[in-house]
Design a binder for this molecule. Structure first.
Ligand SMILES: *[C@@H]1O[C@H](CO)[C@@H](O)[C@H](O)[C@H]1NC(C)=O
Ligand SMILES: *[C@@H]1O[C@H](CO)[C@@H](O)[C@H](O)[C@H]1NC(C)=O
Ligand SMILES: *[C@@H]1O[C@H](CO)[C@@H](O)[C@H](O)[C@H]1NC(C)=O
Ligand SMILES: *[C@@H]1O[C@H](CO)[C@@H](O)[C@H](O)[C@H]1NC(C)=O
Length: 366
């Protein structure tokens, strides 16, 4: 019967589509990456709002700032089905000297002292070189032992990564007076990194062709979770600070000077009135399983725009880039549903004309 043939054809297409998508995504370096960015991409505004943010991990001072909510899809396989169970809200502003970011995301409290991969973690990534792509962290084609600041010139991205396993909630981490000479942070692991691709990633100041001893970590940040009770100040002995498993919201707050002393294309430089390209990532120990480096969620499958506005108003909007492959599968799936519905109606019509009593036919028997 024609109906069953059509249904089988569409099912086969769906199966093929899902297997090709699977193949493409299991190799993050495949050239067949597709991301539907369309003509309108999210613009997050960093407006001029001096003197309102305290970098303490608490979000109450951000209440009047507009943000944007992003779905968190797996970075290497950006499908809605596998998205993290909550959205991430991102907010930004500047005070003329520093830029501030807030990332907030719902998640049960989970903290395992000293074990970063059993705690949530976040990263921000920015385009430095004009040819640096979101996909593959800059996208320089050189192999790990051939990446140099020369061979990958134009493909630099700037990364801030905060892993909280050793960071006390509400305390400040990142650049400190002891870790001068590179982008590390021996206390809380809030590090300043640059990359040309996922295999060529270095702490600021370090690199394949030599180290620069005046490099530093220019980021600062703090974290908090809504299940923590406000306190005059936690110390390490209070770990895990709250009981694990409580529902609530994680807050991650960051700042960095708009300009840094970098001379090696290892830091993005922000300019008031300009647009920068950025993205954000989130790691979470889903069901208590430790995360691994590439098992992160991201807010988009391409760069988003960050607008350093000289004024104090203007907010976000427009849509986030979505992976094209999901769309194709969705179209095929709705086509399948409409064919099934059509066949069902023909089938029911046939039964009605043959038999006065129409038996109930559950759809999963078809
Ligand atoms: C970026 O790519 C374009 C086109 O391939 C090239 O003309 C340009 O020089 C590149 N820029 C840098 C900084 O490498
Ligand atoms: C980074 O700098 C600190 C302080 O100078 C030093 O102790 C540490 O070993 C450096 N890290 C690396 C990976 O070189
Ligand atoms: C740069 O620093 C790294 C880590 O500290 C070290 O392993 C490497 O030998 C240094 N490179 C040079 C050229 O000094
Ligand atoms: C702010 O919004 C107004 C109205 O939507 C628009 O005309 C203006 O260009 C925006 N300003 C910036 C800096 O984008």
């Amino acid at each position: 019967m024609i109906c069953s043939q059509m249904t089988a054809k569409i099912l086969r297409f769906l199966f093929l589509a899902s297997t090709t998508i699977g193949l493409v995504n299991s190799h993050s370096e495949s050239g067949e990456w597709s991301c539907e960015s369309g003509d309108s991409v999210v613009q997050l505004f960093a407006n001029f709002r001096p003197g309102i943010i305290t970098l303490d991990g608490h979000a109450d001072d951000w209440e009047d700032i507009d943000g944007f909510e992003f779905s968190l899809r797996p970075a290497l396989d950006p499908h809605d089905d596998d998205a993290y169970g909550a959205k991430m809200t991102a907010k930004a502003l500047h005070d003329g000297k520093d830029v501030f970011f807030l990332l907030q995301v719902d998640g049960e409290y989970t903290f395992s002292k000293g074990d970063n991969s059993k705690c949530p973690s976040v990263a921000l990534m920015f385009q430095i070189g004009e040819n640096a792509t979101y996909h593959n962290m800059g996208g320089c084609k050189e192999s790990p032992n051939a990446c140099t600041s020369k061979s990958c010139q134009g493909y630099e991205v700037d990364i801030m990564h905060f892993s909280i396993g050793n960071a006390i909630p509400g305390r400040l981490y990142g650049g400190n007076p002891i870790d001068i000479g590179n982008g590390s942070d021996r206390f809380g692991h809030l590090v300043d990194v640059y990359a040309w691709n996922p295999h060529c990633r270095y702490l600021d100041g370090l690199g394949p062709s030599g180290n620069d001893t005046i490099a530093q970590n220019d980021w600062k940040g703090a974290w908090w979770h809504s299940s923590l009770t406000t306190h005059s100040g936690f110390v390490e002995e209070n770990s895990p600070y709250a009981s694990n498993g409580q529902k609530g919201t994680y807050y991650f707050e960051f700042s960095r000077p708009l300009r840094t002393m970098d001379r090696l294309q290892q830091d993005v430089q922000f300019k008031i009135g300009d647009l920068s390209k950025f993205s954000a990532a989130f790691w979470y120990p889903v069901n208590g399983n430790p995360w691994h480096g590439s098992g992160h969620y991201t807010v988009s499958c391409d760069w988003l725009l960050l607008n350093f506005n000289s004024g104090s108003s203007n907010s976000t909007i427009t849509k986030a880039a979505a992976p094209r492959s999901t769309w194709d599968a969705a179209v095929a799936f709705s086509l399948l549903l409409s064919v099934v519905a059509f066949c069902l109606s023909v089938f029911v019509g046939l039964r009605v004309s043959q038999n006065k009593s129409v038996p109930f036919t559950p759809i999963n028997n078809l």
